[in-house]
Structures are given as structure tokens and as C-alpha cells.
Design a protein around this ligand. Sequence first.
Ligand code: ADP
Length: 550
Amino acid sequence: MIAEQETLKRQREQQLDELKFRFFTNISHEFRTPLALIITPLELLIKRTTNESIKNELEKILHSANDLLSLVNQLLDFRRLEQKGEQLKPAAVSIKSFIESNVSRFNELTKEKHINLVCECQFTDEDIFYLDSEKITRVINNLLSNAIKFTSEGGLISIQAGWTGISQTHPEPDGISISVSDTGIGIHKKDLNNIFERFYQSDNQNDGEHLNTGSGIGLHLSKGYVELHHGTIKAESEEGKGSRFTIWLPLSEHAVQEKSTVTQQQTTGSLPNDSQSTSSEVQNSSPTEEANTILIVEDNESFRHFMRELLHNDYNILLASDGQEGLEMAQHYNPDLIISDVMMPRMDGYALCRAIKSDAQCSHIPFVLLTAKNSSESRSGAYDAGADSFIAKPFDIDVLTSRIHQLLEQKLKRQDSFIHEVKIDPKEITISDIDEEFIKKAVDCVEKNIENPDYSVESLSTDIGVDRSHLYRKMQAIVGLKPSEFIRNIRLKRAAYLLENSKYPVQQISLMVGFNTPRYFSLYFKETYGMTPSQYLQQKRAQNNRHSEA
Ligand code: ADP
């Protein structure tokens, strides 16, 4: 009886816990839109104002609003981790610049607090490590924020990082270790074992000077992220003297294999960190296979950070700090969508959009311009430049996310209609004149050679006058097919047309459209149109009869 009551009580507690969590998650979501509506107009004001002291004050407000957004996101991340819904998205990173750029984000803050910040990194520029850069960035940020929070003026914070498993000083198995030491207030022995528990805050900070504004989930989240990597995190501390947090991440087998085959693209485009983003090479998260990749082009660092925070849960994010850098990154990474601000140094958003839409390599990428105001002037400016959509600032987060979703969906619909429709209208399936021309030319080339079963991808790329990799990239982006599939698809379209509009027997049509083997013809036809050529013929005849009877 008592046992039953105990179980019931536990169940009730769990339900209550779950309700509380759900409430927190919903509230956190609700916070994001008003925050966006504070941050976007602020960013505009900062850009417009010429008065330096007002600008400084506004930047402070923006900084705090971004901190608040980070906190809200941390709550959401925490919820996902608790529900075991968090997945690792590892990519090869250039580990030295990854650590150094993460640390350099804290230069200003430590200077303001008169704290010395030193970073001793034993890695070389060539060292590559496989990790989820977004999650480890959060871990490093948490450790550094805590160190700064609990260290007084004149103190020292040092970061040490290097390979492990190669020397007596690093006896752990093969991997890397990153430690953050401070000369702050330290942690009481009794608390040391508990600080990684959720919501735990020791009372060390109640000394009047070190006001704790945190939520007690930073270390819990950090531990979760490190353990997702099969790594460890430990804390050493002496009250009144300081603390040292060390994370160790193993060199996974995957990483060993990848290490030797890592591509240039992976080694250079690995970090999500956007601090002082002048070089595209080390500031961006490397695209993973499944999710779409969005390139955000924005010169204001805080706003770039804000956009990344908004979108990083659903998309791979690339960041560029002006139009010129944006163009280079679009050409290099071929993202699925570009979101760009208008006013930027070196190359503005309109010029970037024009450059993208007139470059055959990138003209297929949907482009969203973030215009300053909702006037018809900025709208026509955006469309004149060739943008697929524009959003006036300040925007509602839901408007932005649904627009992104729409544009990516439309691309899939266009691809689907190309594959399954018999008639091709290049205008319908493309979003720029260059792409329309490209598809027209490709269709013409295949149609001219439709009876030739040996007409290959090589022949097509020679006839269009582009190299094979360009042909592959464009075909995939516009119609979602490899060039060989594209050629076959055009043959099948002609076959469907002939089945409907001529009296040739199926076998002959198969030869007329370049299929040597009728069995393959039938197989591929069924794959595309959902029925064999004979069934298709019957269906069309029946339809025609019905039409003529009516
Ligand atoms: P919070 O958001 O409250 O900082 P954390 O999970 O990051 O949450 O940290 C939990 C607690 O551990 C803190 O409230 C603080 O008491 C203690 N702590 C963490 N890092 C340090 C540090 N570097 N020095 C002293 N105390 C620390």
C-alpha cells in the first residue's frame, strides 16, 4: 500500500516537473519575438546614428539584449538536452583558430574588468580536430563567462589547450584538452561535486561583490555537451585561490579517418564564431549533409550573432560581414539560401544580390534582402536587384522563419514539377534569367541527341560549354537531379509525349529516345510516372476517348 502511494507520488512529481519544463519552454519561445523586435530596430538605430556617444550607449543595450537572448536560448538548449533530443553535428575544425577566436570574444570584457586574459594554445595552424563547434563554443563561453564573473579586478584567467596522450603531462587517452583557470573566489569543497547538477548554484557568490545573475544550468549544459562527445569535464578549486575547469575530448575513430582525408572546405569553414568576422575562412560552421545551409550577410556583429542564435537550431549557418565576403562565400560554399542586410561596407546588399543573380555559379540561390523600412521604394529596389523576397526591419521572427521555409519549399516543388511533368517550361522552374537560359540550353542539347544512347554527361557539358563540376552543381540546385539523371529524364519526357501523341509502338519509342534496352526504359519510366509505358499509353487513350465522346 505504502509502496503504491510512493509510486503514485513519484509519478505526480514527474508530471509536475514535466509541466514546469513545458511552461519554461513555451515562455522561452514567447520571449524570442519581443526580443527580436527590440534588437532589430536597435541595430538600425546604431547604423544610422552618427553621434558616437549615443552609439556607444545603444551598443550597450544591444549587448544586454543579446545576452538575454543567449539566456533564453540556453533554456531551450537545456530542455532539448533533458529530453535527449540533442544530436551531435561534428565537423573538422582548425582547432587553433577555433579556440583563439572563442577566447578573443572576451578581450573587451576582461579589459573592462581589468582582468588579464592569456591563451596558451599548443596547436599549430595545421591541426584539425573533429567536434561539434557550436556546442563546444557554448562550453568554452560558459567556462569563460563564469571565470570572469567570479574573478576580481587585477586577477588572471588563463586558457591552456593541447593534444593529450602524447606526453607525461597529458596522460589521458588520445584527444585534446582545454582548461580554463582563474584566480577568482573559488568553490567550496562541499559544492565542488554538485556544480554540474542542473540549477545548482553555490553560495560562494553571495559576498556582495560577485553577484550571481546566472541560472545554474551553464555547467550542467556544458557537461551534457562534452559527454555527447564522449569526453569528460572536471573542476578543481580552492576557496579564495581560484578554480580550474578542464574538458577533455577524445579523438574518435571517425576523426582519425577524417583527419587524413579532410577537405580544404572542411578545414577552412568550420567555426560558428563570428567575432571580428573579417576572414570567412575560420568563422563559419561547416555544413552538415541533412540540414539546409543559410548564409547570413550582415556587418553588425551583434545582429549577426542574433540571427545565428535565431536560426542555428534548424539550419547550418554561414556568416559573412559584408557583401564582398558574402559573394566569395556563396561561390565557395553554395548555400541553399542567402539572407543579406542592405547597408554594408565594401559591397552593399543590392550590389551583392545583383552579383549573385548574374553569376552562373550562384544565380539559383534564393536571396532575401532585409530592407530598412517598409516603403515601396526599398521594395522595388530589392526586386530590381533580383531578390526573391525582402523583409522589412524590424521583423517578426515568425515572418522570417516562415519566409525561409516557403522559399526552400518552393525550390523542392519546382524540382518535383520538373521531374514529373511531361512539358518543360524553363521559366517556371527557375528563379533567374541565367538559370532559365541554362536549362533551355541543356534541354535543347539533350533533345538534339535524343536518339543517341551514348550521349553522355561529358558530351552535355562540352555542348553547353561548362565544366562537369559546374554542370553537376547547377543541375542539382535547379532540378535536383545529377546530370546523368537529367539526360534520362528528358528522354522519358519525350517518350511520354510520343506515347500520347504518336502511333509508334512502345519498343520503337524506347529506341527513339535513346534506350537500348526496353526493360530499363520500362523500369525508369515507371519510376518517374508511376506506371509502365503500356499502362501510360492505355490511360492516355482512355482519357482521349472520354474527351472525344464528351
Ligand atoms: P550559473 O549560470 O549560475 O553561472 P553554472 O552552472 O555555470 O551556472 O555554475 C554553477 C555554479 O558554480 C555557479 O553558480 C557558481 O557558484 C559556481 N561556479 C562556476 N564557475 C565558477 C568559477 N569559475 N569560480 C567560482 N565559482 C564558480
